[in-house]
Design a protein around this ligand. Structure first.
Ligand code: CTP
Length: 379
C-alpha cells in the first residue's frame, strides 16, 4: 500500500473476514485515505452494489496475499463474499500473489487451480521460496511488496503505452474582449485538461498543451503554448494539428465573441446597453475537417441536461472518435472542481468513469483513449 501510494496511485482495499482477523480495516483506511470495503451487501453504498462500483473503478485488481482458499474460489467462480464477487464482476487485469504453506502450495489441487486461473488470464506474482510463517522453509512465501509493485507498473507501461505518440491538448477557458479591460469568459479552471496532459506524459507521449488563461503549472516536459482568445486558440491548435497523432479538445472555448472590440475603455452612458456577439469558429470541427488530421480526435461535452443525447450529437456532428461528457452546474464535479465523473461515448460503445479526482479520472480516460487508438490502428 505504501509503495503504491508513493507512486501516486489511488488504492482501495477490500478485506475478507479472515484478513480482518490479522489487521484492522482502520489501518488500511489510514494508509489508503479511502474507506475499506468488507461486505458484499453494503447499506452505506448508494445503490448497495459496492462490488459493481469497485469493479468499474479499478484499473487493476491485486489479491495479496492470495490464500489457497481464495484461489480455489476464483477458479470455480464462487461468489460468496465481496472479494470473490468483485473478481467475477471486473474486466480489469487481475494479479494474485499467493502466500501459503509449501505443502499446501504443492498440493495437486492448488497447482491445478493456479494453472486454470492462468488460462483465464489471471497473472501470477510469485510465490517465492524461503522461511514461512509456519516455521517451515519452501515455496509459498509471498513475493516482496517491491516485486509486486514492480510487476504492476511494468504491466502498466506495456499495456497502456503512448510511447512515440504526439498528443495535442487544449485546456482552460478563453477570454473574449469587449475593450482593453473587460472580457467575457466562463468558469473552466483547466484542471481536467492539465491532468490529461500529465497523464499522457506519464504514458510516454510527447505532449503539446494549448492553454487558455488558468492558474496552473505544468511539467517542464510538456510544450505549453498560452493563448487568451478563442481565435488565438483556434490558430494555435490548427497550426499544429497535422503534426499530432491525437487531439483532445478539453478547453471550454467561447461560442461567441463580441462583434467588435473597442480600442478604448467603453464609458458608462445609457441605462441599458447591448453587446453584439458573433459566433467563433469551432476548433474541433475544423480539426476533424483537415486533410492531414490527427488519427484520433476526442471532444468534451459540458451539459446541464439531456447529457447522452447532446453528447452523441456532438460526437456525430463534429466527426469525433470519442466524446467525454460531463454534467456541469451541479454541486459535485464539473467546472472549477477537483473531482469529476465522465460518460464517455464512441461509435461502437460507451463507458462511465465514476466520480473521482481529476488526476485519476484523466489516467482512466487516457487508458480508454489508448485502447481505442490501438483498436482503430488494428482495423
Ligand atoms: N469546442 C471547440 N470550439 C468551439 C467551441 C467548442 O472546439 N468554438 C469544443 C470544446 O473544446 C469541446 C466540444 O467542442 O471539446 C464541446 O463543447 P461544448 O461547449 O460542450 O459544446 P458546443 O459545441 O460549444 O455546443 P453547445 O455550447 O451548444 O452545447
Amino acid at each position: 500500500m505504501r509503495l503504491l501510494r508513493k507512486q501516486d496511485n489511488q488504492v482501495r482495499v477490500v478485506m475478507t473476514h479472515s484478513a480482518m482477523q490479522f489487521i484492522s480495516p482502520l489501518t488500511f483506511q489510514a494508509l489508503s485515505g479511502n474507506s475499506v470495503s468488507t461486505e458484499l451487501l453494503d447499506a452505506e453504498e448508494e445503490n448497495a452494489m459496492g462490488h459493481i462500483n469497485l469493479a468499474r473503478w479499478a484499473d487493476k485488481l491485486v489479491i495479496a496475499p492470495a490464500t489457497a482458499n481464495i484461489i480455489a474460489k476464483l477458479t470455480h467462480g464462487l461468489a460468496d463474499d465481496l472479494l470473490s464477487t468483485l473478481y467475477l464482476a471486473t474486466n480489469c487485469p487481475v494479479y494474485i500473489a499467493p502466500a501459503m504453506n509449501h505443502v499446501m502450495w504443492n498440493k495437486a489441487v492448488t497447482q491445478e487451480n493456479i494453472l486454470r486461473l492462468q488460462t483465464h488470464g489471471v497473472q501470477l506474482i510469485g510465490p517465492e521460496s524461503g522461511d514461512q510463517a509456519c516455521g517451515e522453509v519452501g515455496f509459498g512465501r509471498m513475493s516482496e511488496a517491491s516485486d509486486i509493485v514492480l510487476k504492476l507498473t511494468e504491466e502498466s507501461c506495456s499495456d497502456y503505452t503512448l510511447q512515440s505518440k504526439n498528443i495535442l491538448i487544449s485546456a482552460g477557458p478563453t477570454r473574449e474582449f469587449l475593450d482593453p479591460v473587460r472580457y467575457i469568459t466562463n468558469r473552466s479552471s483547466g484542471k481536467m485538461g492539465y491532468a490529461l496532459a500529465e497523464a499522457a506524459l506519464n504514458a510516454g507521449a510527447k505532449v503539446t498543451l494549448i492553454s487558455g488563461p488558468v492558474n496552473l503549472t505544468s511539467s517542464d516536459k510538456i510544450t505549453r503554448i498560452n493563448v487568451e482568445t478563442a481565435e488565438q486558440m483556434h490558430h494555435a491548435v490548427l497550426s499544429r494539428a497535422d503534426k499530432n497523432d491525437i487531439y483532445i479538445g478539453a478547453a471550454a472555448v467561447a461560442d461567441y465573441t463580441p462583434a467588435s472590440i473597442s480600442l478604448k475603455k467603453i464609458k458608462k452612458q445609457a441605462n441599458e446597453s447591448t453587446i453584439q456577439l458573433q459566433k467563433t469558429r469551432d476548433i474541433l470541427t475544423d480539426v476533424a475537417a483537415l486533410k492531414n488530421k490527427p488519427n484520433f480526435i476526442v471532444g468534451f461535452a459540458a451539459e446541464t441536461d439531456d447529457l447522452e443525447h447532446y453528447a452523441k450529437n456532438k460526437l456525430k456532428q463534429k466527426k469525433l472518435d470519442m466524446i467525454a461528457a460531463n454534467w456541469v452546474g451541479q454541486e459535485q464535479g464539473g467546472f472549477d472542481k477537483d473531482e469529476n465523473a465522465l460518460q464517455v461515448y464512441w461509435n461502437t460503445g460507451s463507458q462511465c468513469l465514476e466520480m473521482t479526482n481529476k488526476t485519476h479520472l484523466a489516467k482512466q480516460l487516457i487508458n480508454l483513449i489508448t485502447e481505442r487508438v490501438n483498436e482503430k490502428n488494428s482495423t
